[in-house]
Structure formats: C-alpha cells, structure tokens
Design a protein around this ligand. Structure first.
Ligand code: AMP
Ligand code: ZN
Ligand code: FE
Ligand code: FE
Length: 319
C-alpha cells in the first residue's frame, strides 16, 4: 500500500528525483527520528519543535512524545508550513521482566483499540504517580502541590517527572531538571515512585497490528539494563523493526556493538537527538541522525505492516 502524501511528490517519485537522489548519495538528507514536545515533556510546542527542526536544517523529523499522539495534528500543520517531512510517532513506556524499555512506534493507527487501551493504562499510571511523588517531596519539607505541577505540565496527559522537576525550578528549590533528578526524582532518590508500563512484547505486536513499526529507543541507555542480543532477537521475532543505535546515551563502543547486533539480527539502525527543547542538555536537534537508506527501510516496513493490517495509518507529511 502506498502511504498517501500531502505534498506533490509520492515517496517513490521523491526517491527517484535527481535532487533527492543526489542529496541521499551525498548523505546530506538529515533525518531525526526521536523528539519531544510539550505534548509530553519537551519544552517546545509541537509547532515550535517543527520550526526549530527547519531552522536546524533537518529534512525529516519524527515527533515521538511519551505515550501520546496528542501533538500530531499541530506538528503536521507546522511541517506543511515549514517544509519539513514529518513522521508521526510516539515513545511508549514499556517493561520487559523487571526492566523498563522505551519503544519508539512510528505510524501506527492511533485509533487501534488495543493500543489506545494500553496507552490509557500508561497515562493513568502517570497521573496516579504524581500525588505520590508530591507526598514524598512534602515529607522532605518542600511545599509543593498538584496545582504547581499542573501549571508546569501545560495540559499534557503524559505527566512525568520532568514536570515535577519544572515545578521545583519555579518554586526555587532547584536550578534545573538535572538537579531535580539528581536530588529527588532519579532512580534511588527519595521522591522516585514507580509507575505502570506496558508489557513490551504485547506492545510491539499492537504497534504492528496498528500498521506501524517499532524501534527500541536507546537500548543501552545510561540508567537501563543492558539488553542482550538474545533479548533483542526475541523482540525481533515478536515484530520489532529496529534499534536506535546513535543516541547520546551510547558511547562509541556501545554504538559499534549495537550496530553489529542490528546487522546480525537484520534490524534497521536509527539515530536521533531525543530532543526535549531546553529540558535536556546535549540533545540538540540533529545531534545524531538516521541514514536515508535505513529510513527508507523503516517506511517500507511500515507500508507492509499497514497493508497486512488493512489499516489506514498516518500519512507522512511532505511539507
Ligand atoms: P518519566 O516519564 O516520568 O518516567 O520521566 C522520564 C523522563 O525524564 C525521560 O524520558 C527523560 O526525558 C527525563 N529525564 C530523565 N533524567 C533526566 C535528567 N537528568 N534531566 C532531565 N530530564 C531527565
Ligand atoms: Zn522525555
Ligand atoms: Fe526514552
Ligand atoms: Fe525520548
């Protein structure tokens, strides 16, 4: 199934056009497949995110807010306006055994009921955790309440620790998000509270059945358990399409090892910034990028999943 497009070139035409081919050959097409907006814990509105992507010289941007597609519509309109190619995605909070795993899902039908139900459960878990974190902070003598966090969250359904961190900044308790995580909210810190996450293998299957593709975000991220090649092979067998290899949490050695594993398992290799606006240092847009041939493989796999599922999945916006 060919994915519809809002621009004047179909994907096949664009790939065949001389400028497209030339840019791809020179490796000049800049593709960033993992970014956050205020629809979750980024600090920019979806529109500001797309505008910043255009200013940073990105050709392709994926918006991947935590556990929600709420930013898609605004981002798509902005992509059209600023001439950025937009891939609609999300970063789903999952677990595998005891381990938290972030799963990037691209182009799933956001109305597919099993996926909606799972995301609702994750969002409910996020909401339920906030009062527990605030209780802990008040126990430490910090005067903070629901309203402080509500203001910092700017209407997102995916309230997270970064919003509590922002509230602590506004209250003058800490200087920035990093200090809030280091002192209060990070793993092992006094106001850290666990929350519900979706079972990983089921979620991979839901994303495929919704006509999308999934990629493990920062598989060897700083605070995460190091997933083994055998773990990753199992995820692939459940329908996983790729690994995010080029990410700021991975040093050169980790990237080389992960790239080799992706090769062994036939998984697509992606790279991205995991940009959060001003919310995360050293994650500027385009700091890592995805190779055009890997992006094309991902889109082909998404087309195949959508055809197999018989689902109308989100168009790529070709602004
Ligand atoms: P939560 O979604 O509530 O579990 O919070 C996790 C999110 O917090 C991650 O996705 C990161 O975006 C963010 N985060 C984690 N550590 C830090 C940090 N040290 N500084 C800023 N943001 C962080
Ligand atoms: Zn985040
Ligand atoms: Fe993540
Ligand atoms: Fe992220």
């Amino acid at each position: 199934m060919d994915r519809g497009c809002t621009g004047d070139l179909s994907r096949a035409d664009a790939a065949e056009s001389a400028p497209g081919r030339l840019l791809a050959t020179l490796g000049r097409v800049r593709i960033d497949l993992h970014t956050h907006s205020r629809a979750s814990d980024g600090t920019q509105t979806p529109r500001e995110l797309v505008q910043a992507a255009a200013a940073a010289g990105l050709d392709v941007l994926a918006i991947t807010d935590h556990d929600t597609s709420a930013g898609w519509t605004e981002a798509a309109a902005a992509a059209d306006e600023y001439g950025v190619e937009l891939v609609r995605g999300m970063e789903i909070s999952t677990r595998h055994g005891h381990w938290g795993v972030h799963l990037l899902a691209y182009l799933p039908d956001p109305t597919y009921a099993p996926l909606v139900d799972e995301l609702d459960a994750v969002l409910d878990g996020r909401s339920a955790r906030v009062p527990m974190m605030l209780e802990r902070l008040r126990g430490l003598g910090i005067a903070i309440d629901d309203e402080d966090v509500r203001r910092a969250a700017h209407g997102t359904a995916a309230t997270g620790r970064p919003h509590v961190a922002d509230a602590l900044v506004t209250l003058g308790v800490v200087a920035d998000r990093t200090e809030a995580f280091d002192r209060f909210l990070g793993a092992g810190r006094p106001a850290n509270v666990q929350r519900y996450a979706a079972p990983l293998l089921d979620t991979i299957r839901h994303v495929t059945a919704a006509g999308g593709v999934s990629v493990i975000a920062h598989p060897w991220g700083r605070s995460l358990h190091r997933l083994s090649e055998a773990d990753l092979a199992g995820f692939r067998d459940a329908g996983l399409s790729g690994l995010e290899v080029d990410h700021q949490d991975h040093d050169r050695e980790a990237r080389a090892e992960l790239r080799a594993i992706a090769g062994n398992l036939g998984l697509v290799v992606t790279g991205s910034s995991d940009h959060h606006g001003a919310g995360k240092n050293d994650h500027e847009l385009g700091v890592n990028t995805t190779a055009p041939d890997q992006y094309e493989r991902l889109l082909d796999l998404a087309d195949a999943a959508a055809s197999a599922a018989g689902r109308a999945t989100p168009e790529i916006v070709r602004g």
